[in-house]
Design a protein around this ligand. Structure first.
Ligand code: DC
Length: 233
C-alpha cells in the first residue's frame, strides 16, 4: 500500500526554477525526469536544420511535413548523470540551449501538429507512472490525471534577478532591465498562446518561491509527493 508510482506534473512561468526542482525531486524519488521544454527546443532545432524556420518566419506546411523526419529520444548520460535529448540519434542537449533556438522556440511551440506529436510522446512516457514532467501544459493537457500537480512561480523581478545571475555566471553581458523585459515577454507569449497556453490547473498546488530557499522548497515538495504516494490505493 502507498507504493504505487505516481506522476508529478510541474508547470509554471519561465525561470521559476521548475527544471532544477523537477530534477532534484525525480532523483530523490527515483523517478524519471522529463524535460518537455527540451522537446520543443529540439523540434525547433529540427525546423532550423530543415530551414522551415528562418529569421523569425515559419513555413508551417514545411514544419508539419518535417515532423515525419523527426525522431526524439532521451538517453541517460552517466557522465552528467542526466538523461539527455537526442534528435535523430544525435545528442543535442547543448545545442538546444543556444540563443538562436530560444528566440525561435515559441514560433514552433504554437504549431498545433508539433504539440500533437510531442504530447503523444509525453503521454506514452507517463503511462506507467513514476515520472516528474515539467513544462507549461503538463497538468492541463498532457497528464490531466496526474496525482500531483504543481504550479511553480515567483514574482517577475525575482525571476529576472535569478536569470541575470545565471547569464552572468556564463560570462554573458546583459542588463537587469533587458532580462526583466525578456521574462515579461515570455510570460505574455506563454499565457496568450492560442494552443495549450500556460494556465494553472484547478487542482494544482501553487508554489510561489519568491521568498523560499531551494532547500525549503525541495523539502516542501518531497513531503507533498510522499503524502500523495501514501494516499494512493
Ligand atoms: O522550459 P523551456 O524554457 O525550456 O521551454 C522552451 C519553450 O517551449 C518555451 O517557449 C515554452 C515552450 N514549451 C511549451 O510550449 N510547452 C511545454 N510543455 C514546454 C515548453
Amino acid at each position: 500500500m502507498g507504493r504505487r508510482r505516481i506522476n508529478i506534473a510541474i508547470d509554471g512561468h519561465s525561470s521559476a526554477g521548475k527544471s532544477t526542482m523537477a530534477k532534484s525531486l525525480a532523483k530523490e524519488l527515483n523517478y524519471v525526469y522529463v524535460d518537455t521544454g527540451a522537446m520543443y527546443r529540439a523540434a525547433t532545432l529540427h525546423a532550423m536544420k530543415e530551414r522551415t524556420v528562418v529569421d523569425g518566419v515559419v513555413n508551417e506546411v514545411g514544419v508539419r511535413a518535417g515532423l515525419d523526419r523527426m525522431y526524439l529520444s532521451f538517453r541517460y548520460n552517466p557522465k552528467t548523470e542526466q538523461s539527455e535529448i537526442h534528435l535523430n540519434g544525435v545528442n543535442v542537449e547543448r545545442e538546444i540551449r543556444s540563443m538562436d533556438v530560444a528566440q525561435k522556440v515559441s514560433l514552433i511551440a504554437r504549431v498545433p501538429e508539433v504539440r500533437h506529436k510531442l504530447v503523444a510522446i509525453q503521454q506514452r512516457m507517463a503511462e506507467g507512472g513514476g515520472v516528474v514532467m515539467d513544462g507549461r501544459d503538463i497538468g492541463t493537457v498532457v497528464i490531466p490525471h496526474a496525482e500531483l500537480k504543481i504550479f511553480m512561480t515567483a514574482d517577475p523581478e525575482t525571476r529576472a534577478y535569478r536569470r541575470l545571475n545565471e547569464l552572468k555566471s556564463q560570462g554573458k553581458q546583459v542588463s537587469y532591465n533587458e532580462v526583466l523585459e525578456n521574462v515579461l515577454e515570455r510570460d505574455r507569449i506563454d499565457s496568450e498562446r492560442a494552443v495549450a497556453p500556460l494556465k494553472q490547473a484547478e487542482d494544482a498546488v501553487v508554489v510561489d518561491n519568491s521568498e523560499l530557499t531551494m532547500e525549503e522548497q525541495f523539502n516542501f515538495l518531497v513531503n507533498l509527493a510522499r503524502t500523495r504516494m501514501q494516499d494512493q490505493p
